[in-house]
Design a protein around this ligand. Structure first.
Ligand code: SAM
Length: 229
């Protein structure tokens, strides 16, 4: 249960500087959000590829979120300091952090309107039974929140090894007016190949599916530009 979870009343009241001290005072908020990030494999893979992009994982389980926190602290302290660079790029993994949060309730408390360029739902819990479908991380109500926090042009990445869940996520996203499907090839042509590769292969769950030679279904959508945003 999330009764003990603290969460910010609004994004501007959240202490981002505490999460990203190397970016303190920059006014930056996360651009990538990994919902139900589990053990953090995606964030750890992407952080060095986009050193100036802030990334946040959200994970509801106490021990798992603590594990990711400790993992990031360790990576920050043991990674080689960066070469002195003209563009002031902060040290490795300074751009990645985690909160313990119930993302089904509190996304807009963390992320300002139109702030995210990427939102990840990787191997989410399937909740197989019909009466459990309301617990799924993609639903019309939640899609309205996701559309609100995504920048126009931002991408929702979903992947799962559960065919039924794939159909569910794809169908809901297709039916939602603020999202349009985008193919894997289009994303690769736009230079997002490294992100797509990480979506397939970098998470702990994705690796497990790989070991079991399971199938992976990817579905990605672009937040469209609306007339009255
Ligand atoms: N994305 C990771 C991966 O691919 O390895 C983890 C996948 S795991 C099957 C789903 C994760 O979502 C679990 O770690 C679970 O605790 C987390 N989760 C489920 N519901 C959540 C919620 N409402 N808010 C935040 N995290 C949630």
């Amino acid at each position: 249960s999330d009764h003990a979870l603290s969460y910010p009343p609004s994004p501007d009241q959240f202490d981002w500087d505490a999460h990203y001290p190397a970016f303190a005072g920059s006014g930056k908020t996360p651009e990538f959000a990994d919902v139900g990030c589990g053990f953090g494999g995606l964030l750890i893979a992407l952080a060095p590829l986009f050193p100036n992009t802030l990334m946040l994982g959200m994970e509801i389980r106490v021990q798992v979120s603590q594990y990711v926190h400790d993992r990031i602290v360790a990576l920050r302290s043991t990674s080689a300091p960066p070469q002195p660079s003209a563009d002031d790029t902060p040290g490795p993994y300074q751009n990645v952090s985690i909160v313990r949060a119930n993302s089904m309730k509190f996304m807009p408390n963390y992320f300002p309107k139109h702030s995210l360029s990427a939102l990840f739902f990787l191997f989410p819990d399937p909740h197989f039974k019909a009466r459990k479908h309301k617990a799924r991380i993609i639903s019309p109500t939640l899609l309205a929140e996701y559309a609100y926090i995504l920048k126009p042009g931002g991408i929702v990445y979903t992947i799962t090894d559960v065919r039924d869940l794939h159909d569910w996520m794809r169908t809901h996203l297709e039916q939602f007016p603020l999202f349009e499907p985008v193919t894997e090839q289009e994303l690769r042509d736009e230079g997002k190949g490294p992100i797509v590769d990480a979506v397939y292969n970098s998470t702990e769950e994705g690796k497990k599916v790989e070991r079991n030679q399971g199938e992976k279904w990817l579905a990605c959508f672009r937040r469209i530009e609306a007339k009255r945003d």
